[in-house]
Design a protein around this ligand. Structure first.
Ligand code: ADP
Ligand code: MG
Length: 685
């Protein structure tokens, strides 16, 4: 029978049904899976030392011959096997406890490579050179050395699978199937980057000849992983862009009117991004763009300008926010921003009741409504838009990636603008949003003062409150964010919003106006509270993370975060972003006592930096990509070799190369293998 890489792993020498079962627990079903099961690390056992010249206690490898074996029963449940080896310079004993079955293994005259440390204790005690439990490998005439005397792969294991055996099995698979590994990448790329071919790379991952071999192999495979994902994403993007989109006309008059009514000038970054969006909207292609900008960088006006374009062209604008509070806020915001225009703007959220809803839905369907602002309710079944021209999604990281794709099916390919305040490191954005064009607002509106951030311990609470009182007396407002809604027995020591609210209201802040807001408060009430806060009728808002994203009250200038150690960097940065939105000097006070080492590091970063991108990079480094997003992310979780934090330069190259290829019409015909490979990428988004 002809061998294939898709053969079941059972057909590899050394793998029976039982082992096949165990391997499947590691996700290994086919020979290809096995060959792509790469070591998690390596141990360099390639240097051969001489026993006589090797210091006691030093890790070393020796090429030796068996002189004799002794077996000794020490107690009823303890026995010892001592094998004496010589390398011609000196002798060394290998010692094994309770592994008497090994005595068969070592016969006088056999050649071995052994690895380990010469025991200091035994040397002191008996003046004998002995290695406890050495790694050993017999030097047969044909068998290749796998466990020592070379750079040795160390694999992640599962129950019933040993390093020795797995190494042997993978070596067998390489022997029987490596010849079947076909190069997949275009020769021009291999040449340009000096990459080894695929077969050499896979060999180099398991059994590198030297360090360089391993490094080059890894580099090539990491590139390849990025490359396919980019090729796939860019092809998707091309397809989306090629959909016959709406060709918006630039409406100079409306544009001018809008800008003249603003009480500020757009920053250069806002202008640039506005232009990028405008170009997309004016072109025939369908826009599919990600707008990144740190909290407070002013994404909303940019979105408003784009929405104005679509409405002025006679289309409907759709704006989706992640929470009701935010939808509400944006609704008010847009009404204000567009107050000089005679447009029909409505709010649609889950809490709009049936009767009102019917009317709203009818108005949306007939096209009476120009701008629709809302939450997920905007994309419920059965709601039909009349003629959507642009969909804007705010704070995308709160939305599932699937939604993004389902959006594309609404209407006749409306333009799509996704905004995110989570400053995703560029590398990550490329990977997750590789199918989107990227615009970045990398500049804050002028006059913003850095938010002064302090980390304070519990024992400074009184001073913090006095400080807060002063600021309130001066007319400012504050947020206090707690990790819990109510007291919890499971988590003693955590400050709950209810408790703190009650304490402060009847204690230190008797004279001030306080309100409590969290997720289990009814939507209508939440709305009322936020309104009062916006109007300055509330001094201190005691809250949970419901206020994490987007809330915009420029007079609020103090943010106090309780149990700050409980929050991740991205979250702390988001929370802090609620202040520093106006002309007042703002403060963020992190109360934490005593945090672990990681938490302390996070708090220090917060105190040092206001830069969201830098904070995101740190966050990514500390937590790794998986946790950074909290959910499964297509692309990121599929990386076996490449690392988002360490291989960013490769990712950029992979994207460049993929771009070059996808650019050409019918590239699939020139690169049949690539086309086939990306058609097999299993899409989880
Ligand atoms: P985000 O990017 O976090 O959504 P917003 O759009 O909510 O930020 O803007 C934050 C605040 O900055 C708002 O109060 C907005 O009116 C104001 N703002 C936006 N652009 C400018 C600008 N160019 N100059 C001054 N203030 C601005
Ligand atoms: Mg915003």
């Amino acid at each position: 029978m002809k061998q294939k890489l898709s053969d079941e792993v059972q057909f590899i020498k050394g793998v029976g049904p039982r082992w096949a079962e165990r391997l499947s627990k590691l996700g290994i079903k086919t020979v290809r899976d096995l060959l792509y099961y790469f070591p998690r690390e390596y141990e360099d056992r390639s240097q051969i030392s001489q026993i006589k010249y090797t210091a006691v206690g030093e890790q070393a490898n020796f090429k030796v011959e068996v002189l004799k074996t002794e077996y000794q029963k020490i107690r009823y449940n303890l026995d010892l096997l001592r094998v004496t080896f010589s390398d011609g310079t000196d002798v060394v004993n290998g010692i094994w406890y309770n592994q008497s079955y090994l005595s068969e293994q070592f016969e006088k005259g056999d050649q071995y490579i052994i690895s380990g440390k010469i025991s200091e204790k035994n040397w002191r005690k008996y003046k004998r050179k002995e290695i406890n439990n050495p790694v050993y490998e017999k030097l047969d005439s044909d068998a290749s050395v796998l466990n020592t005397g070379r750079i040795v792969p160390i694999y992640s294991l599962t129950e019933g699978i040993t390093q020795r055996r797995l190494r042997r099995v993978i070596a067998n698979a390489l022997k029987s199937h490596a010849a079947l590994i076909e190069e997949q990448l275009p020769g021009s790329i291999l040449k340009k980057y000096n990459f080894p071919d695929l077969k050499t790379s896979i060999l180099g991952m398991h059994y590198p000849k030297n360090e360089k071999h391993q490094k080059f192999s890894r580099r090539r495979l990491a590139f390849e992983e990025f490359f396919y994902l980019q090729l796939y994403a860019l092809e998707e993007k091309k397809k989306y862009n090629e959909l016959q989109g709406i060709q918006h006309q630039f409406k100079a008059e409306e544009n001018k009117k809008f800008l003249s009514e603003l009480d500020f000038e757009l920053t250069d970054a806002q202008k640039r991004v506005n232009l990028e969006i405008r170009r997309d909207m004016e072109s025939k292609k369908t826009m599919s763009r990600l707008l990144q900008g740190d909290v407070g960088s002013g994404k909303t006006v940019v979105a408003a300008l784009a929405l104005l374009q679509t409405i002025a062209n006679g289309f409907q604008g759709i704006f989706m926010a992640p929470t009701e509070i935010l939808a509400e806020q944006h609704f008010l915001n847009f009404k204000e921003l567009l107050s000089d225009f005679n447009y029909n703007i409505i709010l649609l959220t889950g809490s709009v009741k049936t009767a009102a809803r019917k009317k709203i839905e009818a108005d949306i369907e007939t096209g009476k409504t120009d701008l629709i602002i809302g939450t997920h309710a905007l994309f419920q079944e059965g709601l039909n838009y009349n003629n959507p021209g642009l969909i804007v999604i705010d704070e995308q990281h709160r939305f599932g990636v699937e939604q993004r794709h389902s959006l594309k099916e609404k209407g006749d390919s409306p333009d799509l603008l996704i905004m995110t305040a989570t400053p995703i490191p560029r590398s990550m954005a490329m990977l997750i949003y590789g199918d989107l064009d990227l615009s970045v607002i990398d500049e804050m509106p002028p006059g913003r003062k850095e938010i002064a951030t302090f980390w304070r311990r519990e024992n400074r609470r009184q001073q913090i409150y006095s400080f807060l009182k002063e600021k309130i007396a001066a007319g400012r407002q504050a947020y206090i964010v707690c990790p819990l809604i109510e007291e919890s027995e499971e988590m003693p020591g955590l400050v709950s919003a209810e408790e703190l609210f009650n304490d402060l209201k009847s204690g230190f802040f008797k004279e001030q106006k306080l309100a409590l807001i969290h997720s289990s408060i009814a939507a209508a009430e939440k709305k009322e509270i936020m309104e009062s806060f916006r109007e300055g009728k509330i001094d201190i808002l005691v809250a949970t993370t419901v206020i994490e994203v987007g809330v915009d009250v420029s007079n609020a200038s103090i943010m106090i975060i309780e149990n700050a150690e409980r929050f991740g960097l991205a979250q702390l940065h988001q929370l802090r972003g609620r202040v520093g939105r106006g002309r007042h000097q703002s403060y963020c006070i992190l109360i934490s006592d005593p945090p672990g080492e990681d938490a302390a590091y996070r708090l220090e970063i917060m105190c040092k930096s206001n830069n969201g991108f830098l904070i995101a990079e740190e966050d990514l480094k500390m937590r790794g990509p998986g946790e950074f997003f909290g959910t499964r992310q297509h692309g990121i979780d599929d990386l076996k070799v490449a690392s988002l934090t360490e291989d960013q330069e490769l990712l950029v190259k992979a994207r460049e190369e993929a771009q070059l290829i996808v650019k050409a019409d019918n590239w699939q015909q020139h690169y049949k293998k690539l086309a086939k490979n990306i058609s097999e990428i299993e899409l989880k988004i």
